[in-house]
Design a protein around this ligand. Structure first.
Ligand SMILES: [Ca+2]
Ligand SMILES: [Ca+2]
Ligand SMILES: [Ca+2]
Length: 162
């Protein structure tokens, strides 16, 4: 009897991750990196996804990402987002210009030694910072609770600077 109750309880638990992993607001981080669908992101999952992404972005496979490689990887996603939005062509054109400008700025931030190349080491350093920021309780696993805590902390900081 007791065993059956435990079995039922663990079935219920197994059903939860799919719901948590669903792409809803605030959980973009988990949605992007939770490759085994258990609703949380380990550092190994995060690093594996990032390594694949770096390789995919380095279109000419010379081991580093140029500003234009970085932009073209993003542009494909941007066009998808723009196509899915219901704003006017004019607004979309403005948004495209704004996003492309921001992408150049992001590349400049990622290229910490300012040699015009984003090396894997620079990309990894930025990834490590992003993971640490999300991992609110610093146990090297990012859960939905960590994401929520990080979001709350950011909102608090934003309110202070306003
Ligand atoms: Ca996971
Ligand atoms: Ca390259
Ligand atoms: Ca560089």
């Amino acid at each position: 009897m007791k065993f059956r109750l435990i079995a039922a309880a663990s079935c219920a638990l197994l059903a939860i991750p799919a719901a948590i992993a669903a792409p809803h607001e605030g959980n973009a981080f988990i949605h992007d990196y939770d490759t085994n669908g258990d609703g949380q992101v380990t550092r190994a999952e995060f690093d594996a996804v990032r390594a694949i992404r770096f390789k995919a972005t380095d279109a000419n496979q010379d081991g580093w990402v140029s500003d234009s490689e970085y932009l073209s990887e993003y542009q494909a996603r941007l066009e998808g987002q723009l196509a899915a939005s219901d704003s006017s062509a004019e607004v979309q054109a403005e948004e495209r210009v704004r996003q492309i400008r921001q992408t150049h700025v992001r590349f400049g931030v990622l290229d910490t030694n300012k040699d015009g190349k984003m090396q894997q080491a620079e990309y990894d350093a930025s990834g490590a910072r992003a993971f640490t920021q999300q991992d609110a309780d610093k146990n090297t696993i990012v859960t939905a609770a960590d994401v929520a805590a990080t979001k709350a902390r950011r909102a608090e900081m934003a309110a202070k600077t306003d």
